[in-house]
Ligand binder design. Sequence first.
Ligand SMILES: CC(C)(COP(=O)(O)OP(=O)(O)OC[C@H]1O[C@@H](n2cnc3c(N)ncnc32)[C@H](O)[C@@H]1OP(=O)(O)O)[C@@H](O)C(=O)NCCC(=O)NCCS
Length: 102
Amino acid sequence: MRDWEDLEKAYLFDYAIAEDHRGQNIGVQFLKVIIANLVEQGFLKMSLTVDVENAPAIRLYEDKIGFEIKQHNRDEYGQGHDRYIMELDFNKFLESRNKLAK
Ligand SMILES: CC(C)(COP(=O)(O)OP(=O)(O)OC[C@H]1O[C@@H](n2cnc3c(N)ncnc32)[C@H](O)[C@@H]1OP(=O)(O)O)[C@@H](O)C(=O)NCCC(=O)NCCS
């Protein structure tokens, strides 16, 4: 979804891989395809929110793609349900991918 004010920013919602297909690298590869498509459309960054205890998703976003934690929102989804706001700068993502390809 496109941000209302920052037109070069996309939001990722409800990203999920079918349970019996998890752990096969599909989540990281599909997200890379989505990002490449958004870059082609002229987007410059992406934002998402994730449960602070969702280790598989955080590892994927942070370690495999390069998202950064920008904010820690306490009790956002009810008491004890904290969320991270994570962001990815597509230029940084493309730079690190180009470095790896060399
Ligand atoms: C998060 C999710 C999309 C990952 O999809 P996936 O296809 O299983 O992930 P991949 O196989 O591509 O794994 C990529 C990386 O994510 C991390 N990861 C994935 N599953 C993990 C697990 N169970 N524990 C820890 N890290 C995990 C690892 O860093 C992994 O890389 P590695 O295998 O080299 O260690 C999937 O677990 C899912 O659909 N979860 C439920 C929905 C959800 O919570 N979505 C996030 C909403 S914000």
